[in-house]
Design a protein around this ligand. Structure first.
Ligand code: GLN
Length: 281
């Protein structure tokens, strides 16, 4: 089997199982085995695979064909242009969440002037792999960033990512707002579990490899927003803001929860034009 045969075989195997981008995934898995970037595979595609390489490739293709997410096989996912290590302990960061970090950074940048050297304090709840907290700290190094999660296992991954990217974030294990309750914050950001029971059951099979606790937000998916709206008022600084990721159909419900408690809200859309992030202040 040479590289070209391998790509074609892998693509066919994955497409038989209904994997969405079979050629792309097959190429990346072969690249992983041969330690070659994708363009290199195409340049060298007459190159024969050794027996060992062929065996490893077949086993990776089998895992992907069984719906294991590509990112868990490759153990990486890019977020905000940064490489993150991921495995089954954490939710795979989604490109849709980048809009939250972008809006947050914009807002912090505007405030920087008025702060005259005083540090901006940011708490990221349900941090998982640390994607939101770490990219915030990376692009805004003067901020004081704390990342929290209920899962110790997730925090191990987050800590590893922060170390690898050489950013400083303080990690705390704890139950949602309880982990940050005794301080005042300028920003509280979160991508909480927000999938309803019914939607979770209807999810693509890949999803079931990710931690269930990262998705389930109660019967209607809104439990964590109810918790936030009750608790954030007393721990935000007067100018403080909350940036939350939401499901595409939760904009109205979450805005209304916050407006009823006197917050002003703003909704931002993701790359596909769906409601994805809410700012409450
Ligand atoms: N963004 C995830 C999805 O693809 C949801 C993760 C969450 O519940 N925060 O559905």
């Amino acid at each position: 089997m040479n590289i070209r045969d391998g790509m074609c075989w892998g693509e066919k195997e994955l497409s038989k199982k209904g994997i969405e981008n079979p050629r792309f995934d097959a190429d990346l898995l072969l690249g992983e085995v041969l330690k070659k970037a994708r363009d290199r595979l195409y340049l060298d595609w007459e190159h024969d695979l050794s027996f060992q390489e062929e065996e490893s490739f077949r086993s990776l293709i089998q895992r992907r064909a069984a719906n294991v997410p590509l990112q868990y096989i490759l153990k990486r996912q890019e977020f905000m242009g940064l490489p993150f290590y991921v495995d089954e302990r954490v939710l795979i960061p989604r490109a849709d969440s980048e809009i939250l970090v972008e809006k947050l950074l914009e807002s912090m940048e505007l405030e920087k002037e008025q702060r005259a050297g005083q540090k901006i304090k940011v708490a990221d709840l349900c941090t998982g792999s640390g994607a939101l907290a770490i990219s915030t700290a990376y692009y805004f190094p003067s901020a004081e960033v704390v990342g929290t999660d209920l899962s110790f296992a997730a925090l191990e991954v987050a800590e590893m990512n922060a170390k690898e990217l050489e950013v400083s974030v303080q990690w705390r294990q704890g139950d949602f707002l309880k982990a940050i309750a005794n301080e005042r914050w300028d920003y509280i950001i979160t991508n909480p579990p927000y999938v309803s029971l019914k939607d979770y059951d209807d999810c693509a099979p890949e999803i079931f490899y990710e931690p269930k606790m990262a998705f389930l937000g109660g019967e209607d998916g809104l439990n964590f927003y109810r918790c936030l709206v009750e608790g954030v008022g007393s721990i935000l600084n007067p100018q403080g803001k909350v940036f939350m990721e939401i499901g595409w159909d939760q904009g109205e419900a979450v805005c209304s929860l916050f407006q009823k408690k006197g917050f002003a809200t703003q909704v931002f859309q993701d790359l596909a034009g769906r409601d994805r992030v809410i700012l409450a202040r």
